[in-house]
Design a protein around this ligand. Structure first.
Ligand code: PGA
Length: 252
């Protein structure tokens, strides 16, 4: 299959610049000849130092969020072009912590996706249902809505080809509770069907869909064995080089 395997770390609001450099110096030499692409979403302040520490290693550095405007009077916000300027190549968008702690809605996330694509930053769109939604039997419906709304009016095979989707059930993030490999596969299959229905078989076949939510070295291999799980988005375990490296090694 032609889909890219991506192991992405999400550092959230952790790590100072020296901590980031120290981590990346340990990780970078191990990234080179892997089957998987290795991504790290770092705090804004660490982007430039992380890019410099990563050098030619192949490690891809990105951000965790951005504003939807090109620029403007938006105190405390950051624009895609500033992230690119610092060396970021991708950004997470619509992470569940953005949705649930900071109240981001699908239409704002959609504007961010359009901005990232227009300015040349690769978006990783995160979707996922809450525990209540899963218990109510609405998980697939919620995820479908987040995909269709989040990617509304995104057109063109080249743009769609740069997009990555991440399924992260909210109840599994930072809780130690992981979706079983079967649950992940079931939802990833659903996501791919939604994408195929909306954008055609080629886009559906080529879009990488990552799983996130309490990924650890112990469950990484099983998740990656699922036919529609093309990679992992790792929070807590990506803060520890030895754990993150083991997860990268689980690809082989
Ligand atoms: P976690 O976080 O691996 O700590 O559950 C995943 C994420 O929030 O992307």
């Amino acid at each position: 299959m032609g889909r890219a395997t991506i192991i992405a770390g999400n550092w959230k609001m952790y790590k100072t610049i020296p901590e980031a450099i120290d981590f990346i110096k340990r990780l970078a030499p191990l990234v080179g000849d892997r089957q998987a692409k290795v991504y790290l979403a770092v705090p804004f302040t660490a982007i430039r130092p992380a890019v410099e520490a990563a050098g030619e290693s192949g490690l891809v550095i990105g951000a965790q969020n951005m504003n939807d405007a090109e620029e403007g009077a938006f105190t405390g916000e950051i624009a895609a072009r500033m992230l690119l300027d610092a060396g970021a190549r991708f950004t997470l968008l619509g992470h569940s912590e953005r949705r649930h702690i900071f109240g981001e809605k699908d239409d704002l996330i959609n504007r961010k996706v359009h901005r990232a694509l227009a300015d040349g930053l690769q978006p990783i769109l995160c979707v996922g249902e809450t525990l209540e939604e899963r218990r109510a039997g609405e998980a697939q419906e919620v995820v479908e809505r987040q995909i269709l709304e989040g990617l509304r009016r995104v057109k063109g095979k080249r743009k769609l080809a740069t997009l990555v989707l991440a399924y992260e059930p909210v109840w599994a993030i930072g809780t130690g509770e992981t979706a079983t490999a079967e649950m992940a596969q079931e939802m990833h299959d659903h996501c791919r069907k939604v994408i195929t229905k909306e954008w055609g078989a080629e886009v559906g076949e080529e879009m990488s869909i990552l799983y996130g939510g309490s990924v650890k070295p112990e469950n990484a291999g099983q998740l990656l064995q699922q036919p529609d799980v093309d990679g992992l988005l790792v929070g807590g375990a990506s803060l520890h080089p030895e754990l993150f490296i083991k997860i990268i090694e689980a690809v082989e």
